[in-house]
Design a protein around this ligand. Structure first.
Ligand code: NAI
Length: 245
């Protein structure tokens, strides 16, 4: 499905990002796993078991870091990535009454500004190289369905959805499609860190009765990145097991 394609996956060292790297490599793409945690990005590349895949350090909140990765990909492979998946993300939950501004902004910085920087610089590189491409942004169902204690996170993810639609509109005529995925509760280190009592309340609200697996999100990311989704842009697709319907 992705043979001949070159993928850049942020947050590629863990959870959903790592699963995206694995599914995209299985589908024939060469994969650059990029993560703040360089060791975990390199671990992902090692799991893919071919020298054409690499793991690189990236801080999505830093324009210099994003520019260096985009340049590095072009230098290494002779072309920019034509599949970009923004999966890097953090949460830092607290009730609104207790949330401090720095905590609010930290989450927006990674989840929203990071998505902006990676999308801007990588699609500029596609346009310069005159190639078509696809951007997949990992938003969240929490950007749409309310969730107590996540005013920073939910605002950032609603922002990612809105950003994706505008990017899709501006970039469509340049051959670049942009779509968002809204996962529900997916079994990754991020969700493992949630208090057990919260999960006990949440799981009964999931129609399929269980959290999702990272690869169940990754399969959709690979599809959206591929030409099989050639008429999809500006869409937000839910992968929630029915949570929030
Ligand atoms: P995770 O915590 O397993 O992975 C996130 C990765 O992002 C980590 O490897 C981390 O090092 C990296 N990262 C954090 N800050 C970064 C930065 N400044 N620059 C580059 N990399 C950075 O989390 P998970 O669950 O795999 O989440 C992936 C994405 O999916 C996130 O955007 C998250 O908000 C979103 N999501 C996750 C859900 C879940 O239930 N796990 C549900 C809905 C959305």
């Amino acid at each position: 499905m992705l043979s001949g394609r070159l993928a850049l996956v942020t947050g590629g060292g863990s959870g959903i990002g790592r699963a995206v790297c694995q599914v995209m490599a299985r589908e024939g793409a060469r994969v650059v796993a990029a993560d703040l945690n360089e060791a975990s990005a390199k671990e992902t590349a090692a799991l893919l078991a071919s020298a054409e895949h690499v793991g690189v350090p990236l801080d999505v909140t830093s324009e210099e870091s994003v520019a260096a990765v985009v340049r590095g990909v072009r230098d290494r492979y002779g072309a920019p990535a034509d599949c970009v998946v923004n999966s890097a993300g953090i949460n830092d939950d607290s009730f609104l009454v207790n949330m401090i501004a720095a905590q609010f902004m930290k989450v927006l910085d990674v989840n929203l500004k990071g998505t902006f920087l990676v999308t801007k610089l990588s699609t500029n590189a596609m346009i310069d190289a005159k190639i078509d491409g696809s951007v997949v942004n990992i938003a969240s169902i929490v950007g749409k369905v309310s969730s107590i204690g996540t005013c920073n996170y939910s605002a950032s993810k609603a922002g990612v959805e809105a950003f994706t639609r505008t990017a899709a509109k501006e970039l469509g005529r340049k051959g670049i499609r942009c779509n968002a995925i809204l996962p529900g509760f997916i079994d990754t280190p991020m969700v493992a860190a949630m208090p057990e009592k919260v999960m006990k309340l949440l799981v009964p609200l999931i129609v399929l009765g269980r959290p999702g697996r990272p690869e169940e999100v990754a399969e959709l990311a690979a599809f959206l990145a591929s030409d099989r989704a050639s008429y999809m842009t500006g869409a937000s697709v839910e992968v929630t097991g029915g949570y929030g319907i």
